[in-house]
Design a protein around this ligand. Sequence first.
Ligand SMILES: [Fe+2]
Length: 296
Amino acid sequence: MNSIIELPGDSWTQAVPAEAQDRAIDNLEEGRVLYFPHLAFALLPEEEAFLRPTWSSGGAKNIGFERETGKIWGVSGSETEKAALSQMLRRYADSTRELLLNLFPTYAASLMQARTSFRPIEIAGRSSSYRKDDTRLHVDAFPSRPTGGRRILRVFSNVNPEGKPRCWRIGEGFREYAQRFASRVASPIPASRFLLSLTGVTKGYRSLYDHYMLGLHDQGKLDSEYQRQSPQEPFAFPPQTTWMCFTDQALHAVDSGQYLLEQTFHLPRAALRRPELSPLTVLEEIVGRPLCARPR
Ligand SMILES: [Fe+2]
């Protein structure tokens, strides 16, 4: 299936040759995972204390951090410990941003940095509803945070200290997946998306695009036969490695792993080299109508 492309980079800060930039952007926009087996995010000695599941508070699966405001959530610990963990997440946020600017200079003017997260909980054996069950193949779509057509680009680094890989499966192409499930997504109830926004259930207006993306996410996860039978390629990302993909396009499932850093970025469709491959364009073709009045 060839859904994972290995890249040689081993530095967060070094300039990337033009040829390597081209290879990276083409594969990324075609929906592949870019894998950097030699790019580790090294923790400082004092940060190794954060490699324990008990830092996560109240059953939250992720610890979240917002670089712009310095806000951190989902963490238990003293104010001093929270500040130290924030510092680690800020370093990751800065490193991933620099990496992306080196790899994709044409994205620079439009790249929006969203949440940074630390995931200290083991995935395997964690029970959840089918919607939240990320061991089922899915593309990312957020019920409360509509993207309005913006892309979701995520960078991941395995920081596991016990040699445990992060085990993924990558599914078929976005077009095939969307063609299979789009007809099963019911049209939205009139005014419901406006009400969701008005009552604060969603942060902003849920566009038709967001409605369809959530529908694909749910319908795909619900279909147990599809989950068992559809083409899928397993891949184990070892500790001290980094990878990235458009998670709104690359169909993925996570079977196991513990201690992961993740940084989310958003990008408007207009910033892509090949906007025709974006989920927004592909879905508009399948559904036969515009899905965002003003794509963001
Ligand atoms: Fe996901």
